[in-house]
Design a binder for this molecule. Structure first.
Ligand SMILES: NC(=O)c1ccc[n+]([C@@H]2O[C@H](COP(=O)([O-])OP(=O)(O)OC[C@H]3O[C@@H](n4cnc5c(N)ncnc54)[C@H](O)[C@@H]3O)[C@@H](O)[C@H]2O)c1
Length: 219
């Protein structure tokens, strides 16, 4: 079951991909509770997607489930992890050691997922030299040299938006292929570099919209 990973290798929609981390998280919780199999119906009750949505999503990648048996939780967890690339290890650096940069650096779960923070950079002399989770903050002046000497997979941008593009440029010219961008700006990068933006304020605006639309918010 599920051995032919990505057997149906057509272009999978981003909508499906964006649901996979949620499957992965729930399946991880089931594993920790020693639950070894689950039907799409039970999974749908826990996750909140319809059973047919779940079957459809997982079908995009291969033959995961078995009629009358459901899904093998560990198998599915591992397969989704593989699809998400979590079976690999990534070297990361953070640029910008302020509020967001420090919060990201301190979140040790990323290490368990395979994202290994190697270095942190900032330009503020008050921050250069301090240690965050045993990693000393370096002067951003050395970012270029560091990346040349230490090939890095993912750059995490946590600087003000005015500074973000120049940091991205340094990352790109030193071979970084994935940028996790926290700055509220649209970075311009070549086609072979992937940017994933994180915008907490957009998420907050959606919450605000939903609160207001549902009339739950009383002024
Ligand atoms: N993604 C989100 O949801 C979200 C939420 C809040 C803030 N932000 C954004 O994240 C970024 C960081 O926010 P913050 O609250 O951590 O700000 P902050 O001011 O606490 O930290 C920014 C850090 O970047 C450093 N810096 C500035 N220019 C630099 C450069 N060229 N090279 C290296 N370091 C440099 C500063 O010295 C500072 O330490 C901002 O762009 C902010 O708008 C994003």
């Amino acid at each position: 079951m599920g051995s032919e990973l990505m057997a149906k290798e057509t272009k999978i929609s981003m909508a499906v991909i964006r649901r996979l981390p949620k499957y992965h998280r729930y399946l991880g919780e089931l594993l920790r509770k020693d639950i070894d199999r689950i039907s799409s119906k039970e999974l749908s009750e826990r996750i909140g997607f319809t059973a047919s949505q779940i079957r459809q999503d997982l079908n995009c990648f291969g033959d995961f489930g078995q009629q009358g048996y459901g899904y093998n939780v560990k198998d599915l967890y591992n397969q989704i992890g593989k699809i998400l690339g979590l079976d690999k290890e990534y070297k990361t650096v953070i640029v910008g050691a302020g509020n967001i940069g420090q919060a990201v650096a301190n979140y040790s779960k990323f290490e368990r997922l395979g994202f290994h923070l190697q270095a942190i950079f900032d330009k503020n002399p008050k921050l250069i030299g301090i240690k965050i989770r045993d990693i000393e903050v370096k002067d951003v002046e050395y970012l270029d040299t560091y990346l040349k000497e230490n090939p890095t997979d993912i750059g995490i941008i946590c600087v003000p938006k005015e500074q973000a593009q120049s940091i991205a440029d340094i990352m790109v010219r030193n071979g970084i292929k994935g940028i996790w961008n926290f700055a509220p700006t649209d970075l311009v990068v070549p086609d072979d570099v992937i940017v994933e933006n994180v915008h907490l304020s957009e998420s907050l605006m959606i919450l605000s919209y939903r609160l207001n639309e549902s009339n739950l918010f009383k002024e």
